[in-house]
Design a protein around this ligand. Sequence first.
Ligand code: ADP
Length: 618
Amino acid sequence: MSTNVNRPGNLSQQNFQHLMAQAPVAISILRGPQFIIELANSQILELWGKNENVIGLQLTAGLPEIKDQPFVALLQGVYNTGVTHYGHEARVTLVRDNVPGQYYFNFVYQAITDTDGSIGGIMVVATEVTEQVLSRRKLEDAEERLRLAAEATGLGTFDLDLQKGVIIHSPRLAEIFGRRSTDNISHAELRQIVLPVDLHIVIGAFDRALQTGIYFYEARVIWLDATIHWIRTTGKIIYSDNGAPLRMLGTIQDISEQKRILDDLQKSEENLRLATQAAEVGTFDLDLLNQSMVWDRRCRELFGMEDFDGPVSYDNQFLFGLHPDDKEKTDQAVNRAYNRQLSNGEYDVEYRTIGIDDKKLRWVRAKGKVSFNDEDIPQRFIGAVLDITENKLNEIRKNDFIAIASHELKTPLTSLKAYIQLLHVNARKSGDSFLLNALQKSENQINKMTKLIYGFLDLSKLESGKLRLERHEFDLNALIEEVTAENRPIAQSHTITFSGGKPIIITADREKIGQVINNFISNAVKYSPKKTDIKVSAQCLTGQVKVSIHDNGIGIKLKDQQNIFQRFYRVEDESTKGFSGFGIGLYLSAEIIELHHGKIGVDSAEGQGAEFYFLLPA
Ligand code: ADP
């Protein structure tokens, strides 16, 4: 039997086999319909992961793992038809070193004809391409991932051959330039889509990229429908070994929306700037994380340094610019705003500044808000400052007027009271009951007027910071007894009761505390119907004393309760029709209690009477 695989006629069978064994490719000859492994050179044995023991065996016996793979059928096809089969990157499962694995091969199955012309076997020539296939797959995977990432972020990608000027781009890139995703756009066409006035930006960036290797620009493109869109391009140049630019790889993003938002933001900032300018409001912005502070021009003006453009800081400009008497209170207000539990970040304070450069005194109202992180740590403090100098000066003038007027009224009133008391003595002697009654009423009115005038005097003292306490030790019960006794003749319409007890000794301003109790009692009389009871009580609690005055009058709505301690606040509704007043009594009382570091309050409901109280440290 002789084999004919284009064997040159002068080559013996032995020599032929020797040649094949030496060939640099993997070769095997499978003989007969059983595919007996007649010849397998060392290369193919290595690819199969087998040794020479397989020679002489049936293929499926030597390589049992290929039984369930398509190769036996392919071999049969070639054996039956004589048609050569070429396999390209075919995946084969082979057991190498007892471990099954996937490998890839390019191979040829070629029929071997015997001398009689019949097919006697098949020659297998194979080269392994596993590594190429796997690395190509990896590359494809990486490209796919990149493509997906680019798609997910809406990025278009491009690869420009700098030598030939040919560009390959992703479908998304075409869309960003206003074309169909299936369109292929050349580099020159892309340039034509750029808005002509922005073309210099693109060309400039391109020239720079050739120098620096980095490509970046933001420019506008004009779509076929004439709409204009913003794009941002970033790229990198790839160089050859000798430094010649080969390719430019990059991404393009549609940033129209970002630009629009930025534009809107700039517009609204501009509007805010114009509005604050018109209202002459200054603004400040304190970044608490890196302790940087920004003051606008108006804010600088209010600190008397309008020509100073340099950086400002909390200590060097803010605290330094404050009037010495307002430093502590203002610093406290800021620290309070930093405490979320105390203030919820709200800041509202009035202070004076002494111009850092111009030395002018200004009154300022500042309002701000602190923002916190989840751990309640303050992050940022922003706010506005307003010049209230004019209002303040008017207020001061008004206070001065009140102070002078009430002071001037005091003297004639005192002598009026003295005369009336004199007349009282005479009337009592004469027993003229009409006169007695009339004089008693006059005296009551004078007392009322005196209280009012003292109230105004105290108010102006308070406003100018001149209201001072004169603390002494005294018995609180004795004071209450005294004040109730004083009120009884004036308020005969009501029954005022006080069941004092053991002395309660406290250190406080006796006269001022008396004034507060007096104010509570007069209000109780004023705001409750005739013939009702007013109960005064005092009790010792742990570390403090409490005085309360309970009446059965018109009561106070919850919403008004928060305001009645404010200056000039009066409840104005059906229930208070016909009651006159100035709304300063409770304000003064609250300030007096505050000066004593005490607490003032009210428990009431509309139509249910009221209980006013204050607590003082014992
Ligand atoms: P005035 O009594 O002069 O208006 P006050 O400062 O003493 O000023 O009181 C403020 C407001 O509080 C009053 O206008 C009144 O509406 C309300 N008020 C005070 N005391 C009482 C009370 N005992 N019962 C009901 N309302 C009261």
